[in-house]
Structure formats: C-alpha cells, structure tokens
Design a protein around this ligand. Sequence first.
Ligand SMILES: Cc1ncc(COP(=O)(O)O)c(C=O)c1O
Length: 391
Amino acid sequence: MNKSEKFETNCIRIQAGRSQHKEHSVPVYQTSSFVFSNAEEARDVFAEIAEGHIYTRYSNPNSDEFIQKLCALEGAEDGIATSSGMAAVFLSMIAILQPGDHLLAPKQLFGTTYLLITNVLSRWGISHTFVDCRDTASWEKHILPTTKMIYAETPSNPGLELIDLKWMCRLAEKHGLYVVIDNCFATPYIQNPLKYGADLVIHSATKFIDGQGRTISGAVLGSRESIKDVKLLARIIGPTMSPYTAWLLSKSLETLAVRMERHCSNALALAQYLEKNKEVEWVRYPFLPSHPQYKLAKKQMKLGGGLVSFELKGGIKRSMKFINALKLLSLTPNLGDSRTTITHPTTTTHSKLTSEERKESGVTDGMIRIAVGLEHIDDIIADIEQAIKKT
Ligand SMILES: Cc1ncc(COP(=O)(O)O)c(C=O)c1O
C-alpha cells in the first residue's frame, strides 16, 4: 500500500506483499535464509544490484514490514529492527562515535543507558558529560571540540522530564553534532523527533509498541544516510530481530493509536486523582499544569503519555508498604503494557546507580512510577486508593 496521510491507516495498512496463497493476515516467515533461483541471482542479491532477502540476520519480510510501518509513523526513511531497546541504543551510539569522541547527554536517563555511557563507552575511550535537561543555558558550555553526539530521552525515565527538541536540534546544528533521541516513552503517536532534525530515533519496542509485555525488542530509525552504518553494524554484530517478534510487533502497531489514546486518558485521570490526594507529596505528569515543563509538553507532545511518577508522604518505607498493599496493579519493571504496572525505581531499574547518581538524575528514594494500562480507570484508582489507605 502507498503511505497514507493518516497515522491510524498506516498502522494497519502498511503490509508485506501477499504470497501466492493470498493470505489476508501476513504469515510469520520463520526461516533463517532464503533460496536463489540460480547462481547469478545469488551473486546479484549479494552485490545489492538485485532485490531480495538473503539471511534473516540481514533482513526478513516480517522485520521489513515492521520497520516500514514504524518508519511511516516516525517520518523516517529507513531503519533496523533490533533484539532489544538496549541493542538499539548501543548501535545508535557505536555507529557514530569513535574513540576520542565526547558524548553529551542529560542526567535524566534510563538507568541502563546511563550505565552504558558510564561503564561501557568509557572503556573504548568515549567520554561524556551529563547535563541537567532543564538547565538549557548550561548545555552549550559543555560542548567540547571533541563532542560529536547529543543523546537524550524525552520524557525521561522515570522522572518524566522533557527536552525541548526544537531547541536541542538547533543547538546541535549550530555545533555540527548528531542528535539521537529515545522516543520510547512518547511513541510516534505523541511526538516525532526526526521532524525537529534529530538524526536517529531509537525505540525500546518492548514497551508501548508491543503493548502487551510479550517481547524484548527495539528499533533504530532515521534518514537513509544516517541509518546506513547502523544497519551495517547490526548485520555484522547480529542483534537483529527474530521473524516472530517482528510479526507480533507489526500486529501490535495496528492498535497503537487507539491504545495510546486510552493509556494517556487513563494516565491523566490518575495524575489528577493523585494531585488531589492529601497523602501524596508530589505528582509528575507532562500534561498536569503543575509539571515544570507543562508549556513545553503542550507544545511538543500530542498527549501526555502513559506514565505517572509520584511520591507518597512518608518516603521509601511508605512506598514499599503501598506497593505491597496493591491488589490489581502488577509489580514489574516493564511499562507500556495493557496491564497497569508499578515500579519503585530506586530499588529496581535505577538500583545499579549510586545514590548520588540517582539524586542527580532526579530519582528520589520514595519515587513510584506507574505505567498506566488499559483497565477501567475506576479500577486502577480504586486499587491505588485502598493501598494508600492501608499504609
Ligand atoms: C527509556 C528506555 N530506553 C531504553 C530501554 C531499554 O529497552 P529494552 O529493555 O527493550 O532493552 C528502556 C527499558 O526500560 C527504557 O525505559
């Protein structure tokens, strides 16, 4: 199908071509490799002068369909499906950075990305500076002659702090830097970083793109030019996606728009409820007027997203008691699931950071992160209310 102007139609109608069986729903192409009709065809496909699949580590009809769809949703020309979100993060970094290069990133980052920058990139002589994402005035001061990339996520995990994408891409353009954005919390339904001039967008497709907590998966997307090296590296190193995962994710994308609408309306309702509850110390949600970057959120994001962070009065002890008193919500580190999930970042997703690093990245000891699911909002709030009352 040709690309539509409409997000929802692209989610559903971008499909791999039908086989001779004329199936309506695309099958799983569970094959390691593809056959050639003759030696000349094999030679030409390998030489990339003829089209065709070779080997599933390189490409497969299922991952192609998934990527074509995601490209249409993100406004990208090309991409690569990866075996995890972290594989996507890593590929996007090592495709661009060389020993001696410097990376600039906000302090407000997913814990494993933070560790990748501090513990892994550093081993290969790639240095970094973390800057407060809200302190826009200080970013330029930290750009060195060796700075090559700005890497950021917006909204951030778990503090839900934002980066002004327009401002960041302009800054990067002024200094000739690459911009890589993790768009996992917003999804392409809410914002498209490439439209502002980002070079690459990465996703942990494990989250809202899957939407039902069944896979570990990711993607890197961008212009044909900017994705070229990422693809080459993925083919050589091998963290590409299995056909079955790609098939599942392409099916998941069919419902992305409707799911995001409900995730976001439920999350906003929960954030408003928490803000009124006297037992709550603070609540963070991009579309609450009390969010310090509310104006930016309204300008940059179509909806507020599916995550809410908050803290109860009484700190970490009360957070643990509260979590233990929940009956409906799932205590699990994943997010973007149809089931509402809850996490205590300090003791889980961000536990490998030092307390100083957590403080720097805005993770308070008592912080609770809820990834609001698709259950009826009354049931989600009722569970939270009964658990607060028990603590
Ligand atoms: C913002 C963000 N980026 C990247 C990742 C890594 O994704 P994955 O777990 O699929 O490797 C996560 C995982 O939680 C995340 O929250």
